[in-house]
Design a protein around this ligand. Sequence first.
Ligand code: HEC
Ligand code: HEC
Length: 395
Amino acid sequence: MRRRPLTAALLASVLVAAIVAPAAAQAPPDWSEAEIRLVGRHGPWPPPPARDPSNRISGTPAGIALGEHLFNDVRLSGDELMSCATCHQAGRDWSDGRALGKARADLDRRTPSLWNVGYSHWFGWNGAGDSLWSQSIRPILDPREMGGSRERASRLLREDKQLACGYERAFGAKPDGDDERLLVDAAKALAAFQATLVSPRTRFDDFRDALVAGDREAASRYGLAEQRGLQLFIGAGNCNACHLGPRFTNGEFGDIGIAFFVRPGEVDSGRLGGLAALAASPFNLLGRYNDDASGSSALRTQHVRRLHSNFGEFRVPGLRQVGRSVAYMHNGGLATLEDVVRHYSEVSPDRLHSDGVPLVRSLGLSAGQSTDLVAFLRSLDADPPPHPAPPPLCP
Ligand code: HEC
Ligand code: HEC
């Protein structure tokens, strides 16, 4: 066979092949049946509205409306300067744009976003709350945060005409209970409102739905780096051992080797201290303010045990809207998603305190893998529609 001289046309086709070849390596990853099942479990989104049987006004329009007004009301705080919305701002994904919370002084933990908080079962980084309403009492009474009181909250509900009217619509009676009960009712309204804060659908959700439906065309709109990052997330990275389900959290606690020293000599014991606070709280689900007559909502609180291994555990955060945060982890100690991925890539086993089989181990990711994982995490973000100011409670 005679070899043909390298004509211009042939040369051009060789060049084209050289350009196309690396693109072939960029073909979308194959998705196995098992992987598709795992991806499917991170949806569908949004979930049905959250309902809390321990809160009798959960999900009611009048309860939600009252809660939103209270959420924005500085009069719940001791100096009338601070409301929930001071730290949980609608325009900042219901957080404050800071690495650590700040009231009169700096707080030791980061202000979590309130997106999707209605679907949690433990609250606070250390799980000191077992209901959204009991968690909403904490900042009102905490002298380091709003520094309010039972008397101040109940007086507000009784004496402010709009709030008193909103209360009557929500609870079907005038606000004339004892101070503590009215504080709890205020918190139940706050909880009803917060449970409506559901993050928007994302590009990940479109991909997930397309993959599950077998719609390759629609699935191909999701970036290749994002697809590879997702495969790492549910595969070798083992991220979905803790960040699972539609919210990307199991709602429980874990130790991933984040420092727990608050100041030299002072530690944040995390879940260990949270369980002690939960047991001591008059507002936990075993107490008299739980509206759930069946008692089943209190089972988790009844059965949870305090173990030494809870030391240094913090709640597994959900990952929707995660790329929109300005800092990460309970102590705001990591500034970017790249830093978070580097942490998981390099974490030393000596820093983990978990018993048994460690779920987190140093992953030793390549630069490309780290980029892919970050790209995937960013696909969980979407711009929420603007949050309008609420209409007046009563005409
Ligand atoms: C000074 C800032 C600040 C104010 C004011 C504030 N919060 Fe927070 N919020 C935080 C911080 C910091 C945390 C984390 C606390 C922790 O885990 O120990 C938090 C945690 C929460 C959580 C738990 C979220 C989760 O995912 O578990 C809820 C719910 C919450 N706040 C609701 C409220 C409500 C309701 C109000 C008003 C009554 C309020 N916050 C006022 C800073 C604030
Ligand atoms: C053992 C359970 C566990 C595993 C496995 C795990 N995480 Fe986490 N993740 C956590 C916990 C717990 C935190 C919060 C730790 C803290 O605040 O001290 C966290 C925090 C995060 C955050 C910061 C979120 C925020 O709002 O601050 C991101 C992002 C994250 N994880 C992504 C991942 C990725 C990616 C993987 C896989 C490489 C992974 N996680 C594996 C438990 C886990």
